[in-house]
Design a protein around this ligand. Structure first.
Ligand code: FES
Length: 144
């Protein structure tokens, strides 16, 4: 009678251990495979800084939601905002003040300031954003 109780106790202990192991594997896999119920809201407007932060020929890269965006004040003083991820292999682009264009150092890809791919391997243009200046604030607005 006592050995049956001990055997049952050991079976319960073993079964609980197996269930615990399975749960510790299955739960993270399910969390990875199933999307979260609440989708993270993407902001539509980003304050990139103030006019003082953007002298002529300056550029800065920001996170806009999950996307890096490059904000440029070109040599003529005009603002541009574009995705900063190269359309070739996702390197981060930079503004070349000397050439007044956007350059990807990875494979020498070039874009004009409207985001159009003009030379090198990039297959598509960069996505453009709207820049508005309100008072001293430089705002980047997602258009579509
Ligand atoms: S990743 Fe930009 S040109 Fe290749």
């Amino acid at each position: 009678m006592e050995s049956m109780t001990r055997k049952r106790f050991l079976n319960l202990l073993l079964g609980g251990g197996v269930l615990g192991c399975l749960g510790s594997v299955i739960y993270p896999v399910l969390r990875y495979l199933l999307p979260p119920e609440q989708v993270e809201a993407e902001p539509d407007t980003l304050k990139a800084g103030t006019m003082k932060d953007f002298p002529i020929g300056a550029s800065k890269i920001f996170k806009f939601g999950r996307q890096p965006v490059i904000v440029i004040r070109d040599v003529k003083g005009v603002f541009h905002a574009l995705t900063a991820t190269c359309t070739h292999l996702d390197c981060i682009v930079q503004y070349s003040k000397e050439a007044d264009l956007i350059w990807c150092a990875c494979h020498n890809g070039k874009y004009d300031l409207s985001g159009k791919n003009i030379s090198g391997p990039p297959p598509r243009p960069l996505q453009a954003f709207t820049v508005s200046v309100k008072g001293e604030d430089v705002l980047v607005v997602r258009t579509a």
